[in-house]
Design a protein around this ligand. Structure first.
Ligand code: BGC
Length: 847
């Protein structure tokens, strides 16, 4: 192969980048697998415009790059037509596409992570789109200014490519521009569903769009259109309602704010951003609410659900001018949505007439069928995926798109259609007229986190606060007595934690408790609004003031996102430390109630959790959801003149193990859809009248074992294929009568089993594994209850040793001490150089 001067220059740059890149890879374990889990510590921020240094990420460049970019040595582009804003979009697209090489087309079809590509690579390839996944901030820091500079540099790099096609930058602004330090963080969608106010939604959209534009991005991966049916699912809080009509109405109103009214002057102008309808489709219906799980139903049932319910929000958003759709990680009857041509090509692009682009979800291409990435790329592109969100494997994707086209496994027409859609979105959003750095000119940067946006968020908090019970104390509703109290004792860590108020998708992907960004905690807000009242505070319930004349107990869920939020029925509860706090405070609280003082529970959870034990222990229960940074909205209602106005958009069962019955058995229901009270005890909606059914009887042990592998009944053997969740599992199989789970080297495996341990004691766990070569390790995690945090789970690494063949399993043993009860085991591998391996079974040998 003869290399041009330009290619040689790039290769020298590659060599230099290689050395730095290797160091980076060794220090960043997530680069091939998942999102950055670390918080960006605000104190470590050094604005990069001070130094002027910003070369983008330092990444390794593989030798494949040379093959992938072969045809980039092309003549200077003729930009006269496609850069001419007076020409019709179709003419501009034609003029541009006529000049594009296959590599340049493929480069428009990939979406790397900002920390997985250098500015030089963006320019060399003419990369079409870049993203920041949850928690991925510029290396220079996480302030709006850092983002603005970095994103403008990325845009500039794309403009300097041969064709100068503007780059489309996408981020997850799912409740405000939540990745960025200092952004206004709005309540998560479940709270906005309870508020049910379309005008408010539009205001939130407008404010969010401005804060996204302030950092120079033009696209948000929002809103989520799921209508969760099973709150064991960790993404329930990203849904507005269990009811698809609510979702359609509220998400449409948000999109009008984000993008502007279609066909108006403001539509996608430089104060608005592109919205994404996600995650297409069926994600709220997976078995056991498993994230990335499977929807199982007959073809007829699915067709009816799809056409009568699930498509409603998508249709509403397509009608509102939404130009991007993201498929869901879920499967329907074992077919991944990302390779479902019927759903994408026929229904979305055909029936719904969707003209925009379909962007795959994060690394989702690697989950579809096909042996290896090349086949997977073909399968999803042929199913209708146009833009591949491949944070770190984007370069392989360029190569494989080209190879597939050359071999006819993807047609030229298909990539032309994909590129045409991508370019259409860019033209429609005015990217070709987007002037770099304009955020400064039009003052948007100063609007970032501005008071006017925080006012809207505060209003949203007020409107989403949902009052679930409110009993009379001496003939007066508890909430009326509470607002009159002269001294209030506040209890619980979450009362003074911005991070707990915000939940997942805030600063980092998973979010975290503590003061992670700017805002007002509930406690601070109450202190501000107190006037002549005294506010005292105890974080763990041990030092409650006996003199207070009202008590506010705050409990909830600690932040989580995606699969890390999945729960089993027995673990869908408030956090352990909140449970402990309530236990510690219980005597003091009981005494206060006997004295006729109001004792109120305020929940900060992302979904209905089991609170059966608390119903009789509190005079009122308030659900604040995940309200975001503006805690003053809560104080406005608790102490101020505002009343409660929200109602539940989710049916709340007494116990999480009754989730499957909650829609057809009233006796399983604690609070109906529509429940919501006012301070004076009256109901907001007729159907929301609170009549508490009798608490159902339950056999604790049977309930706890439900859905678990009970070792006593399996002869102490856990078969590989009996896993209960598999976020990244490649396949399961049956060869020569051996069943197994299988993972191809270099792919992710993240497979979990819920196991009931019949008796406490020492066990030897025998893992029967076959591997294709000696290589890295697989990691085994286990934890009582659920693994909610890998860091806290017990972890052991098992080496992978080559076995005689892939049907010969060797025993790798592990000594553990276990208690009686529920455990979660997890088998994980995420190293790029791992062997193909199979796990046949795990035998638990009791000592
Ligand atoms: C999530 C999407 C998100 C994407 C980019 C995925 O893991 O499922 O909702 O938009 O990451 O961060």
């Amino acid at each position: 192969m003869k290399l041009s001067k330009r290619a040689l220059a790039v290769i020298s740059a590659i060599a230099a980048a290689l050395i730095i890149g290797v160091i980076f890879l060794l220090t960043n374990k997530n680069v091939f697998g998942d999102k950055d889990f670390e918080n960006q510590a605000p104190s470590a921020i050094v604005p990069d415009w001070v130094s002027g240094e910003d070369t983008g990420a330092e990444v390794t460049v593989k030798t494949d790059e040379i093959e992938a970019m072969e045809d980039l040595n092309l003549p200077e582009a003729d930009k006269s037509v496609y850069m001419d804003a007076s020409k019709p979009i179709e003419e501009r697209i034609d003029a541009l596409m006529a000049q594009m090489s296959v590599t340049e087309k493929a480069a428009q079809m990939v979406q790397p992570e900002q920390n997985g590509i250098s500015l030089e690579q963006i320019k060399t390839y003419g990369i079409g789109s870049v993203l920041s996944g949850g928690g991925s901030a510029p290396v220079s820091g996480n302030k709006a200014e850092n983002w603005n500079t970095h994103l403008n540099n990325i845009k500039q790099a794309a403009l300097e490519s041969r064709l100068g096609i503007p780059v489309l930058y996408g981020i997850d602004a799912v409740h405000g521009n939540n990745n960025v330090y200092g952004a206004t963080v709005f309540p998560h969608n479940i709270g906005l569903g309870a508020a049910s106010d379309e005008e408010l939604m539009t205001q939130i959209g407008i404010a969010t769009a401005k804060e996204v534009r302030a950092v120079a991005a033009q696209w948000t991966f929002a809103p989520c259109l799921g209508n969760a049916q099973n709150e064991l699912w960790g993404r329930t809080y990203e849904c507005y309602s269990e009811n698809a009509d609510d979702v359609a109405r509220l998400s449409k109103a948000l999109v009008i704010g984000l993008q502007g009214e279609p066909e108006s002057e403001e539509y996608l102008n430089d104060e608005h951003v592109l919205a994404t309808a996600k995650h297409y489709i069926g994600e709220g219906y997976t078995v056991n609410g498993e994230n990335q799980g499977n929807v199982e139903m007959s073809v007829d049932e699915w067709e009816m659900l799809l056409h009568e319910t699930l498509l409603k929000p998508y249709k509403a958003l397509v009608d509102a001018g939404t130009l991007t759709v993201m498929p869901s990680f879920t499967s329907v009857n074992d077919l991944k949505t990302h390779e479902d041509s019927y759903l994408i090509n026929e229904v979305l692009k055909g029936e719904l007439g969707f003209k925009g682009l379909v962007v795959s979800d994060y690394n989702a291409i690697e989950q579809v069928s096909g042996k290896g990435l090349k086949e997977q790329v073909a399968n999803s592109v042929n199913a209708g995926v146009d833009l591949l969100m491949e944070p770190y494997n984007w370069e392989d994707c360029i190569k494989y798109i080209k190879q597939n086209v050359a071999e006819g496994t993807i047609s030229q027409e298909r990539i032309d259609d994909a590129v045409r859609r991508i370019l259409y979105v860019k033209f429609a959003a005015g990217l070709f007229e987007d002037v770099n750095g304009q955020e400064f000119q039009n003052g948007l940067t100063s609007n970032f986190g501005a008071d006017e946006n925080r006012e809207i968020a505060r209003r949203a908090v007020r409107e989403s606060l949902t009052l679930l019970t409110n009993v009379n104390i001496n003939g007066k509703p508890a909430m009326k007595a509470f607002e009159k109290a002269k001294s209030i004792a506040v209890v619980g860590q979450k009362a003074d934690s911005i991070g707990s108020q915000c939940g997942g998708w805030t600063i980092s992907w998973q979010g975290s408790n503590g003061n992670i960004t700017e805002g007002t905690t509930l406690l601070q807000a109450l202190e501000k609004a107190a006037g002549s009242r005294t506010i005292t505070y105890s974080d763990d319930g041990s030092d409650l003031s006996a003199d207070a004349d009202a008590y506010l107990v705050v409990a909830g869920e600690s932040p989580y996102a995606e699969m890390y939020g999945d729960r089993s029925a027995s673990t869908l509860l408030v956090d352990d430390n909140d449970k402990a706090m309530i236990t510690i405070a219980s005597d003091a609280l009981q005494k206060a109630r006997e004295e006729g003082k109001p004792v109120i529970l305020l929940l900060m959870t992302g979904r209905p959790v089991t609170i059966a034990d608390y119903i009789d222990k509190f005079d009122a229960i308030i659900e604040a959801w995940l309200p975001g940074t503006e805690g003053e909205g809560m104080a406005d209602v608790l102490l101020g003149d505002y009343d409660f106005n929200a109602t539940l958009t989710f049916t709340w069962p007494w116990y999480a193990e009754n989730i499957n019955e909650k829609f057809n058995d009233d006796s399983a229901v604690l609070f109906k859809y529509g429940t919501g009270l006012k301070k004076d005890g009256s109901t907001i909606k007729q159907e929301g009248t609170v009549v508490l059914n009798e608490k159902p009887q339950r056999d604790e042990k049977v309930i706890l074992k439900d859905g678990m592998i009970d070792l006593e009944s399996t002869n102490y053997v856990v078969e590989g294929e009996f896993y209960n969740s598999d976020s990244y599992l490649v396949t399961t199989g049956n060869e020569n009568n051996l069943t197994f789970v299988e993972n191809w080297g270099g792919q992710w495996a993240n497979t979990k089993w819920n196991v009931w341990i019949p008796g406490a004691g020492k066990y030897t766990l025998h893992f029967y594994i076959a591997a294709a070569k000696d290589s890295d390790t697989v990691e085994i995690y286990y934890h009582e209850g659920s693994i909610t945090d890998d860091g806290n789970a017990n972890k052991t690494a098992v080496p992978m040793k080559k076995t005689a063949d892939m049907n010969t399993y060797e025993d790798f043993s592990l000594e553990v001490t276990l208690n009686e009860g529920a455990y979660e085991f997890k088998f994980m591998n995420n190293t790029a150089n791992a062997a193909d391996f199979r796990l046949d079974k795990v035998v638990f040998e009791k000592k």
